[in-house]
Design a protein around this ligand. Structure first.
Ligand code: F3S
Length: 423
């Protein structure tokens, strides 16, 4: 593959061991992906989950410390996500029913603070959220090359913001400001090749979530042009993206008239015929709903909201549903640590606490687990349903997952009964 003189110098170790390792990773990835060169990034970075600097793509703490102390800075504005599993919350831990370790220093270690403080020194915004795009105050603009990773974030960057990114964000690419030039960095690959139609208007958040999941299962790696949606909002698009990459692996899509790169279906398809057209009618949508509504039960003993981490409007809406009421079963609401103080100053935290619900930040049940003895959980997220089932349900002890709208879940928390359905 082609490398510039500067890239060759880095690869040969002339600019230090960390830059050398980073360049080796990017070259390896470029070769696997068939990229002929690297692209200089001019957008933003988001490196998640492996951010702790450990594991296959990580660096020892000592190497990072030397790097941070040498004054090195990340090349592009970068948010880091959470440390690897096990994760612990930043707020709400003392009330959530999972005991804390008695040593605060140990708890800080679990939050990855040793690594995060070094990242901050190098310019990283340690947001501790899977939804940095909902809490960051700085986004890429159309056409900017980025390095992001979280599965719901990548289609948000490509489709909703018009940035250019593959699901390959890493310390290496954000630090060096370079990424292998393949996939969604290239204009021709961003065009739609399949067309998706809905047999009913896709309007509510629940419908957007289920539609996303069903499309993910069908589209495989193709870029779909999606029709049939109405009244898009940030929360609906977030759900749609998270579900797309739960049902499948879709880095990019177009919703003509909504997403910025295609005003019409014809434009999205570059004037060509789609390779395939799928119509998702009532039957297919109900089937998708039933896959996510995994083993529902009449009685609920835990309710979780906030996957991906709730934005401030989601928190406001749940506070309105809970105001002046009391939950009957344990309820967690998850958001990013950066929104906690805002939720507090807006009065939402007090409403949640008065109702008996807990606002947590910086992690999620699929990562940190749930309180002991939970056998039935209600939630409003296709993504969380999929991950929590895979992680905690066993044939001997099946976890019942009830899946529905925010309103269905709040009702379940208030009554202890599940009455949600696909409607
Ligand atoms: Fe975030 Fe956990 Fe969902 S990491 S997207 S809340 S599965």
């Amino acid at each position: 593959m082609y490398l510039t003189d500067e890239e060759k110098r880095m690869l040969q170790g002339e600019e230090g061991v960390v830059r050398q390792k980073c360049m080796e990773q990017l070259v390896d990835l470029a070769e696997i992906a068939g990229a002929e060169r690297l692209v200089d990034l001019d957008g933003t970075g988001d490196f998640t989950h492996v951010a702790g600097g450990r594991g296959k793509f990580g660096f020892p703490l000592e190497a990072l410390r030397d790097l941070a102390e040498s004054g090195a800075k990340f090349k592009i504005p970068t948010c880091s996500n959470k440390v690897p599993i096990p994760q612990v919350p930043f707020h709400g831990w003392e009330k959530c029913g999972i005991p804390q370790h008695e040593d605060p220093a140990y708890n800080e270690k679990l939050r990855g603070e040793e690594y995060m403080s070094l990242y901050r020194k190098m310019g990283v915004f340690t947001s501790h959220s899977c939804a940095n795009y909902l809490t960051s105050t700085f986004w890429p603009t159309v056409g900017q090359h980025c390095s992001w990773t979280e599965s719901s974030a990548v289609p948000y960057c490509n489709a909703v913001l018009g940035g250019r990114v593959n699901l390959d964000g890493s310390f290496a690419s954000c630090f060096l400001g370079k990424a292998p030039y393949y996939g969604m960095h290239i204009t021709e690959n961003r065009r739609a090749t399949v067309l998706i139609k809905a047999g009913r208007p896709i309007q509510s958040e629940l419908e957007w979530d289920v539609y996303g999941f069903a499309i993910g299962e069908l589209a495989e790696l193709a870029v779909p042009a999606v029709t049939g949606t109405v009244s898009a909002s940030t929360s609906k698009l977030v759900k749609f993206n998270a579900a797309l990459n739960t049902g499948g692996s879709v880095p990019m899509y177009h919703i003509p008239g909504v997403t910025p790169e295609a005003p019409t279906v014809e434009f999205a398809l570059s004037g060509k015929q789609p390779r395939k057209t799928f119509v998702l009618g009532e039957t297919e949508l109900r089937q998708a709903y039933e896959k996510i509504n995994y083993l529902p039960a009449d009685e609920v003993d835990f309710v979780f909201l906030g996957c991906p981490h709730y934005n401030i409007v989601d928190l406001w809406r749940v506070s309105q549903l809970l105001e002046g009421k009391k939950v009957k079963v344990r309820m967690w609401i998850m958001t990013s640590p950066w929104l906690y103080d805002l939720a507090k100053s807006q009065g939402f935290l007090k409403i949640f606490e008065d109702a008996g619900a807990t606002l947590l930040t910086g992690t999620c049940p699929a990562a940190m687990g749930m309180p002991e003895g939970i056998r039935t959980v209600a939630m409003d997220s296709a993504k969380q349903s999929y991950y929590i089932t895979g992680r905690f349900s066993t044939p001997e002890k099946p976890l019942h997952v009830c899946y529905g709208s925010k309103e269905d879940c709040v009702q379940a928390a208030l009554t202890g009964k599940w009455r949600g359905d696909w409607r």
